[in-house]
Design a protein around this ligand. Structure first.
Ligand SMILES: Cc1ncc(COP(=O)(O)O)c(C=O)c1O
Length: 405
């Protein structure tokens, strides 16, 4: 008997390839259920999740508190649109604003929408508050950025795969090298309304800027009357061992862009948090979203904020991150050429002479550990923050085996 006849995975992979646009190159695993840090595929094979939905699953799969909130809300009210106010809305906005230390929250759905919202708010603030001449606003961004997939956002991507053939491009962005404060300062002119940065570049391979860079950006933004927008969509909400990656250097941006984990791995929830002098520039009719801030999203996200308010997940991430760091640093020179770790978030550069990141991820998957490559020979690890010490050791041990051939 051929294995394909008994296993469901090969057919399910073929069907997925047949019926969808090939805008992703997924690993050939077909997941059917999950709990905590573990996934089970259609053939009953179990995998340790070391990607956590690109950090959308910081609290693990099906966290009981989040699932209970979703179930309860499904039984009462799921959608109103923003034409009416619902009873989950104010609590979500207030509790998230308090977590961020900001006056106001504007809820959206996907990360890209939060970024678009941040760009629109910054431009309007520039024209109405800073006094930039009409149509002249510019925003400074960094090389290697990843802020999403809309036509405006890919306009300032430096990744040709993400950008090529999607023009004409949206003007008004100046790209500078990431981590270079002098270049960023030089790029700011009188019409600059914002600096938009990831405090750690996730898609680029968990690239941590030099110490002092983020405080320097904060200072120059303050000095030049420019908004500092921190895209914490992937880096925020506990991933790095703090609520926000900016916290590690005591930096408070003017605007937080949040997404991914805010939806608890259940619903897409994103948000912009800022003070009233910034978000207050929006008036009725100027921005919105049918699903943004819907009751189901708010009910789940309220519990996400409450989980974060305990500090437990930030603590776990910081403590377990040190174990992950120790394990991975032990592999440098044994198949890894470099590792970058912040909390439970790691970028690993595999010796390209050994194998590609994709190959390493395929071999890891065969050993029951799921991770994802990025940019050739880099792998990103971002396990759910509920992972245990033993499970971290397991992931590192399997990686060591893969690198040893
Ligand atoms: C830093 C950052 N910003 C924005 C986005 C876009 O989020 P979404 O895919 O939800 O639109 C991502 C997604 O990976 C991201 O990592």
């Amino acid at each position: 008997m051929i294995v394909d006849d008994i296993l469901r995975t090969p057919g399910a992979v073929r069907d997925a390839e047949r019926w969808t646009a090939h805008n992703y190159h997924p690993l050939p695993v077909v997941i059917s259920s999950a709990e905590g840090a573990w996934l089970t595929d259609v053939d009953g094979k179990r995998y340790l999740d070391c990607l956590a939905g690109y950090s959308a699953l910081n609290f693990g799969h099906r966290h009981p508190q989040l699932i209970a909130a979703a179930h309860a809300q499904l039984d009462r009210l799921t959608l109103t649109s923003r034409a009416f106010i619902h009873d989950q809305f104010a609590d979500f906005c207030r509790e998230l604003a308090e977590l961020c230390g900001k006056d106001l929250v504007l809820p959206m759905n996907t990360g890209a929408e939060a970024v678009e919202t941040g760009i629109k708010v910054a431009r309007k603030w520039g024209y109405q508050v800073k006094g930039v001449p009409a149509g002249q606003a510019n925003i400074v961004v960094a090389e290697g950025n990843f802020h999403g997939r809309t036509t405006t956002i890919v306009s300032f991507s430096t990744d040709e795969d993400a950008r090529a053939d999607f023009g004409p491009y949206t003007p008004g962005f100046t790209v500078v090298p990431y981590g270079d404060l002098d270049a960023l300062t030089a790029a700011i002119d009188e019409n600059t309304v914002a600096v938009l940065l990831e405090p750690i570049q996730g898609e680029q391979g968990v690239v941590v800027p030099p110490e002092g860079y983020l405080p320097g950006v904060r200072q120059v933004c303050t000095d030049r009357n420019v908004l500092f927008i921190a895209d914490e969509i992937q880096s925020g909400l506990g991933r790095t061992g703090a609520t926000f990656a900016c916290d590690h250097e005591g930096v408070v941006p003017d605007m937080y862009l949040l997404g991914k984990a805010l939806g608890g791995g259940i619903v897409p929830v994103s948000a912009v948090a800022a003070n009233a002098d910034v978000l207050g520039v929006l008036k009725p009719g100027q921005h919105g979203s049918t699903f943004g801030g819907n009751p189901l999203a708010c009910a789940v996200a309220i519990e996400v904020v409450r989980l974060l308010a305990t500090g437990e997940f930030q603590r776990r991430s910081a403590e377990l991150g040190e174990r992950l760091r120790a394990g991975l640093e032990g592999l440098v020179g044994k198949g890894l050429v470099a590792v970058r770790v912040r909390g439970l978030w790691a970028g690993l550069d595999i010796d390209p002479a050994l194998m590609s990141g994709r190959e390493a991820c395929e071999r890891l998957a065969a050993r029951g550990v799921l991770a994802k490559d990025t940019h050739g020979s880099t792998i990103r690890l971002a396990p759910p923050l509920v992972i245990t010490e033993e499970e971290i050791d397991l992931a590192v041990a399997q990686l060591a085996e893969v690198l040893a051939g």
